[in-house]
Design a protein around this ligand. Structure first.
Ligand SMILES: [Mg+2]
Length: 297
């Protein structure tokens, strides 16, 4: 596990860093709050150990800055302190610290507290996974793909680029369940998600939006890019039947495509509604096809 450490006192930094390495941790040690902030923003550190008293950005400020950022991964923060009054602990807690280590530190106590930190981080990770992934298909769940779209739209508006929004709905999925059973239905959903993921660009996002409906967000996308992507998904899905317990189940998908995001204030719900309307037309026009939303200008 990687630990980021900020301590302005050279001796203390060296001793502490050596101890952490001896305990088996990978350590990046920096000498002030500003450097710690810059390193933390790289997103590689789930555990920060910071001295409280540092010039300019101190440990308390660093805590507040980190807590103010919305980050997918929780950062566990331990403050190093020579202070020993209850008031200051509470102040640290309120700023967002998780634990305190009093200097000079006791090695065994430090090791024990790091175990607690690791346990809590592992729990956070597990909860995060459960809260964001669709258990059956392994792609984002509805809430997570919606969050991802909202974030992407904000970014797109800032950079004046467009985001492709594609809704993909498996055709006649109810018939698959009715004819082959729910187990086969689950296999079809898993395989469809796998094929879609393979058809996407590395930075596109895929989520399960509803029963057999998927949502794809494609950053930095022209109309033509979005159409090409949707067509690629469509042909990947019906390239061959899905194998399920010696049955070969043919599947197809209908897709609705729109793009947006280059204007401030366009929201996710609006774009999804537009893509949904196009999907509806794709279904009406015979399925296994891509239709574009009439937002096209
Ligand atoms: Mg200090």
């Amino acid at each position: 596990m990687k630990i980021l450490m900020a301590e302005d006192d050279t001796t203390s930094r060296l001793v502490f860093g050596a101890t952490l390495r001896k305990l088996g941790y990978e350590v990046t040690a920096v000498e002030n709050g500003q450097k710690a902030w810059e390193a933390w923003k790289q997103g590689e550190y789930a555990l920060l150990i910071s001295d409280w008293m540092m010039p300019d950005i101190d440990g308390l400020q660093l805590c507040k800055m980190i807590r103010a950022e919305s980050s997918l991964q929780y950062t566990y923060i331990m403050l190093l302190t020579a202070l020993d009054s209850k008031g200051s602990y509470l102040e640290g807690m309120d700023a967002g610290a998780d634990d305190f280590i009093t200097k000079p530190f006791d090695e065994e106590q430090l090791a024990a507290r790091l175990r607690v930190a690791e346990r809590i981080l592992a729990l956070h990770k597990k909860l995060h996974t459960q809260a964001t992934y669709d258990r059956l298909t392994g792609v984002w769940n509805r809430a997570a793909i919606m969050d991802s779209l909202a974030v992407e739209l904000e970014r797109a508006a800032r950079q004046s680029i467009c985001t492709g929004v594609i809704v993909a709905d498996l055709d006649h999925f109810k018939q698959v369940n009715d004819t082959y059973g729910h187990h086969a239905g689950d296999t079809v959903l898993q395989e469809a998600a796998r094929r879609m993921r393979l058809a996407l660009r590395p930075y596109d996002q895929l989520g399960r939006y509803g029963g057999e409906e998927f949502l794809i967000t494609a950053p930095d996308c022209t109309w033509q890019d979005a159409i090409t992507l949707a067509e690629r998904i469509r042909s990947a899905i019906n390239a061959e039947p899905v194998d399920s317990q010696s049955e070969k189940i043919p599947i197809t998908v209908s897709l609705g495509v729109t793009i947006g995001g280059d204007r401030i204030g366009e929201d996710a719900a609006m774009l999804i509604a537009a893509a949904d309307e196009a999907l509806y037309r794709a279904k009406k026009a015979g399925r296994n096809r891509v239709e574009l939303s009439d937002r096209r200008t």
